[in-house]
Design a protein around this ligand. Structure first.
Ligand code: UDX
Ligand code: UDX
Length: 434
């Protein structure tokens, strides 16, 4: 089948590349000519493991093409996925400008039936606005559908998630729209397994909010438990293990740390709270999830302050800027909280991240970054771990101790064993463990 995907970011490009790998003919569109130029040259505009190979393979096979033109995309395929960004705008609400623009432009160029599919994380009820937009700008009297097909891709493992989905949720208003989407996903589900679920558009939109908010709640829950563990003299990792072996709870998303970040959880929880408010329900549970996440960063900051006493002029080495490993994405990353706060306190900062440096420096060009962990930690009074990169897990601790001015680690990701690391002579603070 022919498919157009608008937006070649983390979601759009992975989705388009995986559709083409499943045998479909895909045109990926982006209004940023620089990104399309890079893609024509075989360079990925984002870092996602394995993506470059899939793109190269399908471009070579002639199944994957790129363009800046929505007109071309509208003419090319009956089904058009919308995966443009929906960043938080003024006041925190998702900025829907780009989604609206895409809807309008598709409407202006549509001459026969088209199915517009929301793939971006959007507030529930977006489909109604999208439908209104299309109706307003439609030039020819033609039929169309709007569907919701939320993505559940995790950055860093997006290819695996896209090719082996647990479920494909589609919200549709017509048999035709549902059948088209089922045909698109058939080869992926046949190969990778997973269930195809048809439901109403609003239910599909809510499934996304409810799933991501639940996962965020799991993280905030374990972070709250971590604080109790510290007070009670327990170890949160042992508690999480004990809980997670119950299949009704499950072991995943029970890692305590500096709290969740990224482009989805903070935005999705916020959108769910706002939606509930608008519908007249005060979603207090999720407000608490947000509050715990916010104060979790402050909680780790307190450990730094208590340890250093005077923060001014202390050298702090930051290990990890990305919001999680295997991505260069820094949206809502804990580093964006710690760096300015520590700068305010006049600490001397030096940071390391294998791929997140570029995007972080777009926001904080002044931050000194180095590409070697030991150089980063040289003469440091404290190492702050914010992302559990493999290179950090595997660091030579003896060598680290030698280069530091003072062997102190504040570990926001609980990656070392407290007893072992203390036996090597480190002062070690982590989350929910004594
Ligand atoms: C996705 C979803 O779209 C977003 O709603 C969700 O919260 C996170 O995941 P992502 O792919 O990560 O976003 O965003 P980004 O990497 O910013 O990609 C969006 C792309 O759309 C960019 O390449 C941008 O250039 C493009 N774009 C934006 C358009 O092509 N047209 C526009 O009008 C606006
Ligand atoms: C998330 C969802 O998992 C995915 O289904 C959705 O489509 C997009 O949003 P992503 O944001 O890429 O994916 O990353 P994820 O692996 O879910 O991690 C989100 C944040 O939670 C990260 O900052 C991570 O460090 C944090 N986290 C995760 C924890 O603090 N503890 C955990 O146990 C798990």
């Amino acid at each position: 089948m022919k498919i157009s995907v608008v937006g070649t970011g983390y979601v759009g490009l992975v989705t388009g590349a995986c559709f083409s790998d499943a045998g479909h003919e895909v045109l990926c569109i982006d209004n940023d000519p620089k990104k399309i130029d890079l893609l024509h040259k075989g360079v990925m505009p984002i870092y996602e493991p394995g993506l470059d190979e899939i793109v190269a393979r399908n471009v070579k096979a002639g199944r994957l093409k790129f363009s800046t033109s929505i007109a071309e995309g509208t003419a090319f395929a009956e089904v058009i996925f919308i995966a443009v960004g929906t960043p938080p705008g003024v006041g925190g609400e998702a900025n829907m400008t780009y989604v609206e623009q895409v809807g309008r432009q598709v409407a202006e160029h549509m001459t026969s039936y088209r199915l517009l599919v929301e793939k971006s994380t959007v507030p529930a009820k977006t489909s109604e606005y999208l439908k209104r937009t299309v109706l307003k700008y439609l030039r020819e009297d033609t039929d169309f559908d709007v569907a919701s097909n939320p993505e559940f891709l995790r950055e860093g493992t997006a290819i695996e998630d896209a090719t082996h989905p647990d479920r494909i949720v589609v919200g549709v208003e017509s048999q035709r729209a549902g059948d088209l989407l089922e045909e698109i996903y058939r080869p992926i589900l046949k190969k990778g397994g997973g269930q195809f679920l048809r439901m109403s558009v609003t239910s599909a939109e809510l499934t996304k909010h409810a799933s991501n908010s639940f996962l965020a709640m799991k993280i905030s829950y374990i972070n709250a438990v971590a604080r109790i563990c510290e007070l009670a003299g327990a170890d949160v990792q042992q508690v999480a293990k004990g809980m997670g072996l119950d299949p009704r709870i499950g072991p995943r998303f029970l890692s305590a740390g500096v709290g969740y970040g990224g482009s989805c959880f903070p935005k999705d929880v916020d959108a769910f709270v706002r939606l509930a408010d608008a519908l007249g329900h005060d979603f207090k549970l999720l407000k608490e999830v947000q509050q715990i996440n916010k104060t979790q960063r402050e909680y780790v900051m307190k450990k730094i302050k208590q340890e250093l006493w005077v923060v001014q002029d202390k050298t702090i080495a930051i290990f990890g800027l990305a919001f999680k490993p295997e991505t260069d994405d820094v949206r809502e990353a804990p580093s964006l909280y710690f760096v300015p706060k520590l700068q305010e306190m006049k600490a001397k900062l030096r940071a390391w991240d294998p791929v997140g440096e570029g995007k972080f420096k777009e926001i904080h060009p002044e931050l000194e970054c180095v590409q070697d962990l030991y150089e980063c930690a040289k003469d440091a009074d404290l190492v702050l771990i914010l992302t559990e990169w493999d290179a950090v897990r595997k660091i030579d601790l003896k060598k680290l101790k030698e280069v530091m001015a003072c062997p102190v680690i504040v570990d926001g990701r609980n990656i070392f064993n407290p007893e072992e690391i203390r036996a090597l002579g480190f002062t070690y603070h982590s989350v929910g463990r004594n």
